[in-house]
Design a protein around this ligand. Structure first.
Ligand SMILES: CCCCCCCCCCCCCCC(=O)SCCNC(=O)CCNC(=O)[C@H](O)C(C)(C)COP(=O)(O)OP(=O)(O)OC[C@H]1O[C@@H](n2cnc3c(N)ncnc32)[C@H](O)[C@@H]1OP(=O)(O)O
Ligand SMILES: CCCCCCCC/C=C\CCCCCCCC(=O)OC[C@@H](O)COP(=O)(O)O
Length: 271
């Protein structure tokens, strides 16, 4: 008798698990990481054959390989302001940072010869770490400001010598609080030291489809707004704070404008 009652329960359990949004959240996250790891594994030999080693041109391989990933998760990416990326030569892109899903939007608009600044821990992330290294990603130690500053000073020189664009997340960490965190200064020192423009890029809030704390991961739309470039010619380190404030204010306005007004994980979105 007990076994007779147990059987339907045993059959129902996987079904319940499958439909549970928490299970789906973990499944999708696991799939995302596993798929990226696999893509990187396939991409590594392509990068090595193409460039023979560490080269920013390998970013093209990542860009081409990642673009389909959004379809697995039912994500639409809507881009506006393409014309602001039509700037010749090096520049610094700054964007808000909500999740590792930002990579999907990033690869949608990544210009040629553009790589990024990332925390050094990423280099140890298996095949993803290796392909990041091969693609010229600049790794910084966020716990040692003096080291990070000198790596970024070198990056300013490399940008000019090799005509490279750099993508920086000035919040310095992932943030999904329905607003932007205060900006760290590295990206602005970088742009001023290299005397190159800054192109701000804003990702709309993911809170309508992806909530880390609530374990929700549904389909949805990511709006990406590319803002007009901000020139830094003639600026010095004295101007870094005001440049950072201006960028923050422009990006925050755009973020609130393109983000859906939905319940947030940490309080309501301020409109
Ligand atoms: C095929 C599939 C494969 C898939 C592969 C996917 C590839 C895509 C990879 C995408 C990776 C994305 C990874 C994203 C991240 O890792 S985000 C985290 C790391 N990034 C950052 O942290 C960048 C932003 N941080 C900064 O810029 C910081 O400023 C930093 C340089 C790190 C220093 O940190 P901290 O001390 O906390 O910051 P402060 O801004 O407060 O600075 C302290 C004082 O130092 C002055 N300063 C800062 N930078 C410089 C500089 N370069 N030169 C001179 N001075 C500098 C700053 O002004 C402060 O002084 P004052 O207070 O102004 O006096
Ligand atoms: C020790 C390993 C650390 C990273 C492990 C990540 C493994 C990811 C593997 C595949 C995922 C797809 C590629 C995503 C790359 C984006 C990495 C990322 O978004 O890192 C977070 C970093 O911006 C800020 O970190 P914190 O919010 O401060 O924490």
């Amino acid at each position: 008798m007990d076994v007779v009652w147990m059987l339907p329960l045993l059959l129902l359990f996987p079904l319940l698990m499958w439909t549970s949004s928490t299970f789906l959240f973990y499944f999708k996250k696991f799939f995302y990481v596993a798929w990226m790891m696999l893509l990187a594994l396939l991409g590594i030999p392509v990068c090595l054959l193409k460039s023979g080693g560490r080269d920013v041109e390998n970013m093209r391989v990542i860009r081409a390989m990642v673009r389909h990933v959004k379809y697995f998760f039912g994500l639409r990416i809507e881009v506006s302001g393409w014309e602001h990326l039509q700037t010749v030569g090096p520049y610094v892109i700054i964007s808000n940072h909500q999740s590792s899903l930002d990579v999907l939007g990033m690869m949608e608009i990544l210009p040629d010869r553009c790589t990024t600044i990332a925390k050094k821990e990423l280099v140890y992330a298996g095949t993803v770490g290796l392909i990041c290294w091969l693609s010229g990603i600049v790794f910084i130690n966020r716990k040692k400001t003096s080291d990070a500053k000198s790596v970024m000073a070198d990056a300013a020189k490399t940008m000019l010598d090799q005509q490279i664009r750099l993508w920086v997340f000035p919040e310095g960490t992932r943030n999904q609080n329905g607003d932007l965190l205060p900006f760290k200064k590295g990206a602005f020192h970088l742009a001023v030291q290299a005397q190159v423009p800054i192109v701000p890029v804003v990702f709309s809030s993911y809170n309508s489809f992806y909530l880390r704390k609530e374990k929700q991961f549904n389909s949805g739309t990511i709006k990406l707004k590319i803002l007009p470039k901000i020139e830094t010619k003639g600026m010095t380190s004295e101007d870094v704070s005001s440049l950072s404030d201006l960028s923050h204010s422009l990006m925050r306005t755009a973020f609130l404008e393109i983000s859906d007004s939905v319940p947030q994980s940490n309080g309501p979105l301020k409109h």
